[in-house]
Design a protein around this ligand. Structure first.
Ligand code: SAM
Length: 379
């Protein structure tokens, strides 16, 4: 019996600064005994909860099912212990697999070396038992394994998601510095949008915020397009239960009102990218995206405004955007009566240039950048 079968306990990998949101999401999906850990949360759940969390989560990157855990002081011991696992029950010799590893405060100091040892154990066992071996494919493997060694204690897990869940399948067009889907989904969650007031992104780029708002409003599970989840490789996979969960989710999809979600961007390439991405999920073409300079917009009254203005760190390192942020603040003050604005600052130094006092602000990392989301109530 594997560890996850004995305990029904899983690990949800997620960004550090959204763990409070992830906890609510997990509990809402039926998980119990949720506890916070570094870069993720542990939770308990049966198969139904595991499949549902994978399908419905907007915030989690991957869900790991621990197979085995053991004290591990050397590479040889790692190899020997891993060799004993019945890998042939988890993948076939013509499948592909990949391993991602992390190590901290342990005798084994290099994660690459640790994953190489684990790979050797898997491959050697297959060769010895079957005469054939599965291949490694680090880009798009059939099965992902995770190896985590902390303070000389190793946990080997199978990735029940089958690759990071931020890959929803809608990103066809991109622009420079698009926002990662899980961050966009966190921002939409933090707006506490009632899905009745129109939502508008006037700096929409490739439309990630619009796409995540659409998925939420239409009640579409973010991973509805994923062809295969990692849990389908588990030896106790319940195909009938999974089919029911999937078909129930399709019944709950709803049509949104036209003009509920819209956006614009000054760049035609961005508008095209947003349109291409939205076309994948918005079959009825209900989300409208236009080419427009934000400062030419006549007014944005009675809206939920959500956006992520240019921040210059990655794009143009020394480009000063103080004036842009001052004008953005003036636009919010003068033209956005009775709206609420949620602005994501990739570079928090520009918060002061807006010239408006935020109702609240909170740190949210974007690919290693220490950004801030701020809420402004406009009268
Ligand atoms: C950081 S990007 C937004 C990325 C977007 N959230 C995404 O996921 O792709 C900022 C966007 O602001 C747009 N922009 C810059 N100045 C603008 C202006 N004056 N009016 C409208 N859009 C503008 C840029 O073209 C760019 O697409």
């Amino acid at each position: 019996m594997y560890n996850y079968q004995k305990s029904n306990r899983y690990f949800a990998q997620a960004a550090e600064d959204i763990k409070d949101l992830v906890e609510s999401e997990l509990v809402g999906l039926g998980a119990t005994d949720v506890s916070h850990a570094y870069k993720g949360l542990y939770f308990n759940g049966d198969k139904e909860v595991l499949y549902k969390v994978n399908l419905y989560t907007r915030l989690i990157n991957r869900i790991l099912a621990p197979l085995i855990s053991f004290d591990c002081h050397s590479e040889n011991y790692l190899y020997k212990t891993a060799y004993e696992i019945e890998w042939e029950k988890l993948l076939n010799n013509d499948d592909t697999f990949a391993i991602y590893a992390s190590v901290s405060q342990s005798n084994i100091t290099h994660s690459k070396f640790a994953s190489l040892k684990l790979k050797d154990a898997i491959v050697d066992r297959f060769r010895d038992k079957t005469g054939k071996r599965p291949d490694v494919d680090t880009r798009n493997p059939k099965v992902w394994f995770n190896l985590h060694i902390e303070k000389n204690h190793a946990v080997i897990s199978i990735d029940t998601s089958g690759g990071s869940l931020h890959r929803r399948g809608y990103r066809k067009g991109s622009v420079e510095a698009p926002m990662i889907e899980t961050l966009a989904a966190s921002i939409i969650a933090l707006t506490e949008w009632d899905m009745k007031k129109p939502l508008y992104d006037p700096l929409c780029g490739s439309g990630t915020l619009l796409c995540e708002a659409y998925l939420a409003a239409a009640n579409i599970p973010p991973s509805f397009m994923r062809e295969r989840f990692g849990f389908e490789n588990l030896p106790d996979f319940d195909k009938k239960l999974w089919k029911k969960i999937k078909s129930d989710s399709e019944k709950n999809i709803r049509k949104i009102e036209p003009d509920l979600i819209s956006g614009s961007d000054i760049s035609i390439e961005s508008v095209r990218a947003a349109e291409n991405n939205l076309a994948v999920i918005d079959n009825y073409k209900l989300v409208n995206v236009k080419q427009k300079n934000i400062f030419d917009i006549k007014e944005l009254k009675d809206k939920v405004i959500v956006c992520n203005p240019p921040y210059g760190i990655r794009l143009k390192p020394n480009h000063d955007l103080s004036k842009f942020y001052k004008e953005l603040g003036d636009f919010l003050k003068q033209k956005c009566t009775n709206s609420t604005a949620f602005i994501y600052f990739g570079d928090r130094k520009y918060l002061k240039n807006i010239g408006l006092r935020p109702k609240w602000k909170r740190p949210l990392q974007n690919g290693g950048l220490d950004g801030r989301l701020a809420k402004f109530e406009l009268y």
